[in-house]
Design a protein around this ligand. Sequence first.
Ligand SMILES: [Zn+2]
Ligand SMILES: [Zn+2]
Length: 357
Amino acid sequence: MSDDEQTTVLFDGRAELGARPSDVFSFVADHAGLPRWIPGLRRVDVDVSEAQTPGGVGTRRTLRMRVGPPGVEIVTAFEPPNRLAYSATDASLRRLCTNHQAELTCAPTPSGTHLRWTVRAKPSPSWWRRLAARFVFNAACGAGMTNLRKYFLARASDIPLSCRCGLVRGLAIDVSSRRGNRLVCYCDDCQAYARYLGREDIVDPLGGTDVYQTTPSQVEITTGVEHVRCVRLSQKGLVRWYAGCCRTPMGNTLASPRVPFVGVVHCFMDHASDGRARDEVLGVPRAGIQGRYAVGGVPPGAHRVAPLGIILRSLRSLVRAWLAGEHRPSAFFDSITGLPITRPDVLSGGERDELRP
Ligand SMILES: [Zn+2]
Ligand SMILES: [Zn+2]
């Protein structure tokens, strides 16, 4: 009889995770990091002296639990980003079962990764050990899968960017509700901007513009950069970038290339080709701000100006991004001169007032 015929499945779990297989693989294959998601683990000692590659086949990991004897596992397959297999030594399983073989596979899906985790072993002749083995592996692996789902649910992902006609395209990288700020802005300038573009369809019926605030390093323009234009509604206003080809608003930045901020306008995010709803990827808007300018007064649930919580959150994001140097690379400013890639048109006070609601 071969090994396979003697073994039975002790655990078979699957999860749909919102991250790329490479990200999922590097997380689950980080031996020393197992306590981040395997319950009851205190520490993992990793011995790579017999390993073919660091962390690869032959790696011996000793799992020190909060209670009970340590588990000793040897990596038997290491194929990033798709497959990791390992086997717990018979001695460390203490006759619970023998011939243990476990495998984690990461298969790409449109929304991330399909993870499958299977554990097989040769059952013990003793009925209560057979039951105990099932119980132990289902409890530990099941809880581990739940932790992975939680961890990768809130994880970031990429969204394709495209103007309406498709000449300007790009990618918003590593975006999520946690990493950025999705807001609806009702301010008079955002409404004036839609009018300037002749794109009043981009604001909602109350005059709101749905914007996702992120950092320049997370916005990449891959094609059509020659069509990018920008305008400032006043000398000191935001630099509002749009695709000149079809007048699709792209994002708003400050005038300084050193401020790690860009508010990506909703219609530049190509949620249709991404296949996921905007709410699903970015979460629902955190707040409606500048509601005092909305059509028909402050909308229900929106704020007259902006709530303190949102202001603090934005400041915190800015500081974090500033420390991380996420103002570049920037699609909007030249990396050497720091100048805007195209000269902004600046409206006069009269021109702007005419566009305001
Ligand atoms: Zn606004
Ligand atoms: Zn276009």
